[in-house]
Design a binder for this molecule. Sequence first.
Ligand code: NAD
Length: 451
Amino acid sequence: MTITSYNPADPTDLVVAVEEPGAEAVRAAVGRARAAQGEWLAAGAGARSAALGRIAEAVEAHAEELAALIVREVGKPLAEARGEVARTAAIWRYYAQAPYAPSGAVHETAAGPGLLLTRRRPYGVAGLITPWNFPLAIPTWKAAPALAVGNTVVLKPAPEATACALRLAELAQLPAEVFTVLPGGAEEGSALVDAVDVVSFTGSTGVGRAVVRAATERGVPVQAELGGLNAALVLPDADIALAAAHIAAAVAGYAGQKCTATSRVIAVGAAHEPLREALVKALAAVDDTVCGPVVNAAARERLTAAVASAVEAGASVLTGGGVPERAGWFIEPTLLADVPAEHPLAREEFFGPVAVLHAAADLDAAIALANDTPHSLATSVHTRSLDVALAAADRLDAGMVRVNAPSSGVDFHLPFGGTKGASHGEREQGQAALDFYTVGRTVSVLPGGGL
Ligand code: NAD
């Protein structure tokens, strides 16, 4: 079998084709990574810090080339692709400092002399499984902390983002057994979960649940960042034009293909009419520099079928809904109203530039509606009232709440993740990631025998 990835804006453009390595190759790569891990750890904080810093520099030196590759392979508009490259370099640089951070604490003994220590140690080989939508940033925000604390890494990227991951590995210039990128699909992903010492997965909810089950069965730590069904709450006191601009960016930016994209817009009370008007205008003005194509034909088919089925069930299309006459997997930014509460478009992640507008009588009703999903990843709240913003931040289930900002986008050094069914295990990014890739050891040094 061959793994291929195609340009979503020009499906005749084959970006890469590589032979699928198979499960045995995964096991062999993990074996090499395990053999190399002791040396990588023993090289010391200085060597690991320098290596990660060099990767940041290499990414920056090839920024335009990498941005162009992201555009070509996964259809991300250029401005966002450039932003992803800059974020990627920043993440490598941020974690380049981590090897020098304290790795434990000293405690007092309960009685008698002694030195009680806690230390964080790496697990061994980290197995990373990533989606296609952030083809450099997500592999980086897993690999950089895992490597910083002394694990070796085997990364299996999404097939649709194979070329980006392979280029990242080339630029990293680490020994292959320290940082291996192994292209593949479900077979390789599942073989990786069965072989490594710690698993980090980002992708769809169904696949993620299976990965969590398999890793848990083996007794290895696992984190999974899964799909979101993200809401934007707009209060009547909000700057409606600004809220509409933020929400349009969160619905249609990169064709809605972000786990934190907004797919439910909840207008509170008197915000409904003006927001509806402003949002229709803002979405109709979105162009290719913001939206871009969806990743493949199947994704577009799934989206257009869902919109058609919602309309059949009584929904009205406020803007969009169509498919432009052109090459590539484009779909118009779309806003629907009157979608029945149980329709899949109101309840599941569709990963496209499509949102549903709801009306809520008051803040309580809006929060109840926003929380009525297992996929509680990110929610935005649009208001001028600090009281309302704080109340919403307290009462929303979402793992990430953003006030007067799009639901998508969180700084690269903050903990990243959702609640309920949107995440499993430790948060990603920041200190949380360093904790995830290490395990605590308690060391008791008791001079004089302590018997
Ligand atoms: P996907 O679940 O189809 O694939 C994710 C990865 O899992 C790929 O590398 C794939 O090859 C691999 N895989 C597939 N079957 C497997 C198996 N049986 N065992 C092990 N690995 C397997 O997801 P996708 O289409 O690449 O990405 C889109 C999804 O990712 C969306 O649901 C989106 O919300 C989610 N996502 C979540 C976050 C987050 O942080 N919460 C971030 C980005 C994307």
